[in-house]
Ligand binder design. Sequence first.
Ligand code: BES
Ligand code: ZN
Ligand code: ZN
Length: 463
Amino acid sequence: MDIKLTKKSDAKAQIRFITKKELQKSRYNKTLQKAGFEADSETSCFLYEKGLLFVGVESKQSDEIRAASAVAIKAVKNSNFEKISVNVDKKTLAAVVEGFVLGGYKFEKYKSEPKSKKLKIELVSSKQKELENLLEEALIVANATNFTRDIVNTIPQEINPKTFAELAKKLAKENKLQCDILDKERLQKERCEAMLAVGRASTYSPRLIHLAYKPKNARKKVTLIGKGLTYDSGGLSLKPATSMVTMKMDKAGACAVLGIIKAVSELKLDIEVHVFIGAVENMIGGNAYKPDDVLKSRSGKTIEVRNTDAEGRLVLADVLDYAQDKAKESDYLFDFATLTGACMVALGQYTTGIMGHSSQLKHAIAKAANEAGELTGSLPFNKHLRKLLKSELADICNIASKPYGGAITAGLFLDNFIKEENKQKWLHFDIAGSAYTETPWDVNVYGGTGAGVRMMTRFLQTL
Ligand code: BES
Ligand code: ZN
Ligand code: ZN
């Protein structure tokens, strides 16, 4: 997709966002009505002969324009037009660009005959020069989101802990980031026994990936941690067949933090960003870790394993501990993980669950997410749920003793590995629902959504 700003366009087709009120006054009202178009949100009508594509919106707010642009781009793809124009201004530009780039995304790596065609899009504005920067920024963020989607969508045949580390290395090279990869031997030296146990039955041993973006005169320092389960079979507490399908997406937290550091480095923000990823494959085998095992985590805390499918928190326990040692004195500590099915039950498939101790920080993130077009909901900790993680045998259990509030008890488990001085700086994002979809919604199409990238980049931009 080729998107550029222009003062005047010679494209033979134009996109027009239209509200119900505007439709009534439109000179095309009759024609559109005959076609059954009522300007409902996320519906469109293409008057091919006139070269006009009408897309219904409830208002001209960013959220509506973003979703409508995603509808528009699909309609354009289904037509024979190769070049199309749309009027933009300062308020709508980013939303239009995101709608086009994200809504027009299609992952066709495994299709023998890819169908995507190259579209030319002209954004028309009299203030073209003033908008150039906004366009560049919006493209960086949208492309980083699609970069995240590409990795999430890549199959476990191709992405395992070893190849994931190579992929991170490649990004580090391209974007001039520092890169350090801990293999099995180094993880043993670091006493990351929880993480190593989860990955033990896999052909590919775990990797801990550390990337850093260090601009001169950084004003803030941010640590991002990602759950990178390149496949989650559930381990010996094996997932049912139907739940296992899509579990290539259990690396989405790791993919999100890669997308975020990519965006931040390309935007050249003066914020130091550290990314830590636990890349592990949870499999079965004679040497698999077991329910009943007790693992000693890097922090020294012992964990009674009662379910090997609650593996993400075990990996994160070690990675969180390592990250807090390596990126000392960070202003913020955020982890992204497809951690629990319970988060989807609590908030629905579209919403990222936010957990942590600082209400202020939770609000700031929710605001950034809202501006960036991502949905979030806060899930509150409490002491009663915390008690459910008690173990008779070890310091803590990896699952709660009661089935309700599973997203929160998972968050509380992670809290055990956050050092006292970082409690107020830490937030946990459960993206189990929001990171992947099999039915399109908003700007999302089948597969990885890139959840986390837009909201976190936005937050960092506003720091
Ligand atoms: N990766 C899953 C969580 C998940 C489920 C992500 C569905 C996306 C879609 C995680 O490792 C897991 O299996 N969690 C268990 C926890 C349970 C055993 C306490 C779950 O949610 O069932
Ligand atoms: Zn699992
Ligand atoms: Zn998992």
